[in-house]
Design a binder for this molecule. Structure first.
Ligand SMILES: [Zn+2]
Ligand SMILES: [Zn+2]
Length: 327
């Protein structure tokens, strides 16, 4: 009897172990892999059609898509209130594109693409895993919390969704008036003070290029430049209200600051220039077109105690935060 009972007990242990192997481990694996999808992201709300490559369009819930946008557009190390402000800007932009296609009609079958040069940047969960490694889970949760905390919130001006443009850093000079960059007035995209960028971001960055490189990129013939032009080669003729370069003369040609930045690939239009012999030295501050929300400034404001709605109303003056209906 005793031996028989011992056999049954052994069998009992085997059954327990097998149950753990067959059910327990897969269950743990599933838990480990699917925790993102257990986040309370609405699956039945607005669906975004997103062009992720030349041939591939995916469909995903708006709030899920926004996690990928905030992850791609703002450093995850930023303050949660800055991430929330970014989430609202991203949601507003997405819905704007869903109700009004871009005029160039680059992706007629998708609402948005993942190209930051056209719509807004977006990365998949796999890409986040690659970028963040062991920090994937806390980082993902930080960003998804920012998106969820602002669920359905958008920015409006006179009842319409705004075009919430943003840039990396104004360099501490304050933001730029949209008219100076795009030539037309936008009431909520006026120049506002911003001294909140980190000290590191307010430092000038130097870029040097040869005269030949300058002429090539500006498509000007060096024949038209007097040999003895020297330090008079470039002359900043006018600055915008915020102090950025509005008009600059190179030899006998005049360029707008925006055009010069584009052609030379400068970090911003907030620059000083020195010509010495065969070289031209640009000293720029900030990064980006400087219109709308300054991302580093938003982080600085958040670190000083500002909430996301205060950050947004600072950079997009005269706008209102509204909540879109669920469906
Ligand atoms: Zn696009
Ligand atoms: Zn700034």
């Amino acid at each position: 009897m005793a031996v028989k009972f011992g056999r049954y007990r052994w069998l009992g242990y085997m059954i327990v172990v097998l149950t753990m192997v067959v059910i327990g481990i897969p269950a743990l694996l599933v838990r480990g892999c699917s925790w993102e999808s257990r986040e309370p992201v609405k699956e039945d709300g607005v669906q975004v059609k997103l062009q992720i490559s030349e041939k591939e369009i995916i469909s995903l819930p708006l709030e899920q898509y926004l996690i990928g946008v905030v992850a791609a557009e703002m450093p995850v190390s930023f303050h949660e209130e800055a991430l929330k402000a970014q989430a609202v800007a991203a949601r507003t932009y997405s819905l704007l594109r869903m109700v009004r296609e871009k005029e160039d009609d680059q992706h007629p079958d998708a609402h948005l693409c993942a190209d930051p040069g056209h719509c807004q940047a977006w990365i998949s969960n796999e890409e986040m895993r690659k970028r963040w490694g062991w920090n994937y889970r806390p980082n993902y949760q930080k960003i998804s919390s920012a998106v969820l905390a602002t669920g359905g919130k958008v920015l409006t001006h006179e009842g319409q969704l705004i075009d919430p443009v943003y840039h990396s850093s104004c360099g501490g000079r304050g933001t730029e008036d949209a008219r100076e960059v795009w030539g037309h007035e936008v009431l909520y995209l006026k120049s506002v003070a911003c001294t909140y960028d980190s000290p590191e971001k307010q430092k000038p960055v130097n870029t040097q290029m040869s005269l030949q490189e300058l002429f090539t990129q500006l498509k000007i013939s060096d024949q038209s430049i007097p040999v003895a032009a020297g330090s008079d080669l470039m002359e900043i003729q006018e600055r915008t209200g915020s102090g950025r370069v509005k008009r600059v003369k190179v030899g006998s040609q005049v360029f707008s600051g925006v055009e010069l930045r584009k052609r030379l690939g400068l970090r911003s239009t907030d620059f000083k220039v020195v010509c010495t012999g065969e070289k031209v030295l640009f000293s720029t501050r900030g990064y980006g077109h400087a219109v709308g929300m300054c991302q580093y400034g938003a982080n600085g404001l958040a670190q000083r105690g500002a909430k996301y709605d205060q950050i947004l109303s600072h950079y997009y003056q005269g706008t209102e935060l509204k909540t879109i209906p669920d469906k």
